[in-house]
Write a protein of this length. Structure first.
Length: 533
């Protein structure tokens, strides 16, 4: 199979044009091509009057093609099939337990189930169907279910997000391809396999998660919802059983695929395992009209359905030395109330697959290091740092999980806003005008004000006076890392920290990939589980 890079076509091209371009690149007739598939697709909008799609194509031919060494855009590639073998020799006395059903837990459990290990998946929250109702009730009435919310429940925090599947990690093993193929099989759009910035949208992602759950069950896995891990029993430096609110479960293998909001679990683990504080970021959500973003990025082509809604990604080094950057940009989406503890306000962003709502939003966040909160000696100091500012935001919002908001022009002047401009906030259950400098450290607010101004030079009107800022965004990533060795195990044998909450991922894709990596290590160590006769 031949891979052709840098195939450029106008956005209104026909499918046949891909075949024509492939034939030209390979210097063969179109009739000599057996099949053309898209490996990667992106948008080149540098010239607003000539926006292009840029493709990488995989081409199968009926005959061998001679490739010129001077043609660096054409290469020979082998189709990749993800298949890992079971090589472990150690007997499993009990079924492995996976704690958490976010991307890391789901894909770890899926691979284990496919290979005959019959995992048990524990999830403190509820299954998707019930979880959606709990979240809607919170958004409507301000009634928080601390066990079933945007942070906790089947699918993890990513279930209520834009469903972004891009990742910055290098994936030479192609585990990411396995993740995308499983999602497509479970109902995700086929385009996620090749578009440059794939996303599913929270509406489609929910069904994908349900179908992955059903597949795991069909392969011998068991889900236990509304059941929280409360303790781990250790003997001879190895796990031998765990305790939940409802049961005692014997196990040789415990995968900790917990979310970054599992603060009570961190507290329990702190006396059992080696934990360390790690950097994360905090800040605010900013909202603009999606139409404005489209026009700034695409010019006269804005609104063309072939392009879809535009996005952005910016970073700036502020005068105080800190990096400020946009994070989790949600085109045509909403700012979500994402609390998981009583008395704290947390924001996040969410889009549906069509991304067709009026506002665009993203987090504007500033990097925080353990030195900022004394985390060098206290592994959980970052948790308390987050919690402090979340409670400040709750107070500023006036209670009932209303969020504090401020127009950008007033934020720069540290003045409470009196009225909205042309943009209205999307956060539910409601907003209260407040001074957001009361909800974050001064150095964070200074960096945000400077960063938004700098971003306005990169995207027209990004720093418009009536841009809405909503606070606070604190759950960008885990403030804790559960240390693990080269065999992916924690300081206690048989315990495998995994995914975003354990400090080894930063999004849906990287978490799912880390789940596969941990499952592969279990396959190398243990035989599949068999019931003792």
């Amino acid at each position: 199979m031949y891979r052709i890079q840098q195939v450029k076509l106008p956005i209104d091209h026909k499918e046949d044009d891909l075949w024509i371009k492939a034939a030209e690149a390979l210097r063969i007739k179109k009739e000599d091509i057996k099949d053309v598939s898209i490996f990667r697709k992106s948008i080149d909008a540098r010239k607003k009057d000539e926006i292009l799609f840029i493709y990488a194509l995989d081409v199968e031919t009926y005959k061998n093609v001679k490739i010129s060494k001077r043609n660096t855009n054409v290469s020979l590639v082998e189709p990749f099939i993800y298949d890992v073998e079971v090589t472990g020799e150690k007997e499993l006395n009990n079924r492995p337990v996976v704690v958490g059903s976010g991307p890391a837990g789901l894909f770890c459990a899926l691979l284990l189930a496919e290979k005959g290990y019959r995992p048990i998946i524990l999830e403190r929250g509820r299954m998707v169907e019930d979880r959606v109702k709990d979240v809607e009730k919170f958004w409507k009435d301000g009634i928080l279910n601390v066990r079933s919310n945007i942070q906790f429940g089947e699918g993890g925090a990513g279930t209520f997000s834009d469903g972004k599947l891009n990742t910055l990690i290098k994936d030479r093993s192609k585990r990411g391809k396995k993740v995308l193929e499983e999602m497509i099989e479970a109902g995700a759009p086929a385009e996620i396999a090749y578009v440059n910035k794939p996303h599913i949208g929270t509406d489609l992602l929910r069904n994908v998660i349900v179908n992955i759950r059903k597949k795991i069950i069909s392969l011998g896995g068991t889900f236990r919802f509304e059941e929280c891990l409360t303790d781990i029993m250790i003997k001879d430096d190895a796990v031998y059983c765990i305790i939940t609110e409802n049961d005692i479960i014997e196990t040789d293998v415990l995968v900790l695929a917990i979310g970054h909001s599992a603060r009570d679990t961190f507290e329990m683990l702190n006396s059992k395992l080696k934990l360390e504080a790690k950097p994360f970021a905090i800040g605010l959500r900013i909202e603009h009209p999606q139409k404005m973003i489209n026009e700034a990025q695409y010019g006269e082509m804005a609104g063309n359905p072939l392009l879809g809604p535009a996005d952005y990604k910016f970073v700036h080094k502020s005068k105080n030395g800190r990096s400020v950057y946009t994070f989790c940009m949600c085109p045509g989406g909403v700012v979500t109330a994402s609390s998981s503890e009583e008395g704290g306000v947390i924001t996040n962003g969410m889009s549906f697959y069509d991304r067709d709502l009026e506002n665009a939003n993203s987090a504007i966040v500033v990097q925080i290091s353990p030195e900022d909160f004394g985390g060098l000696e206290a592994p959980l100091a970052g948790v308390e740092f987050q919690r402090y500012w979340e409670r400040k935001a709750y107070e500023a919002g006036g209670g009932n999980y209303r969020a504090p908001v401020q127009l950008f022009k007033d934020f720069k002047e540290k003045k409470i806003s009196a009225s909205f401009g042309e943009i209205y906030p999307t956060y539910r259950p409601g907003c209260t005008f407040a001074n957001l400098w009361d909800c974050l450290p001064d150095y964070v607010c200074e960096s945000i004000a400077e960063g938004i101004t700098a971003f306005g030079k990169l995207l027209a009107n990004f720093d418009r006076p009536d841009a809405i800022l909503t606070g606070v965004e604190t759950r960008t990533s885990s403030p804790v890392r559960i240390t693990r060795n080269s065999e992916m195990q924690a300081s206690i044998k048989g315990i495998y920290p995994c995914g975003e909450g354990s400090g080894y991922a930063g999004g849906i894709m990287s978490a799912a990939i880390d789940g596969l990596k941990v499952a592969e290590q279990i396959l190398k160590t243990y035989k599949p589980f068999k019931e003792q006769e």
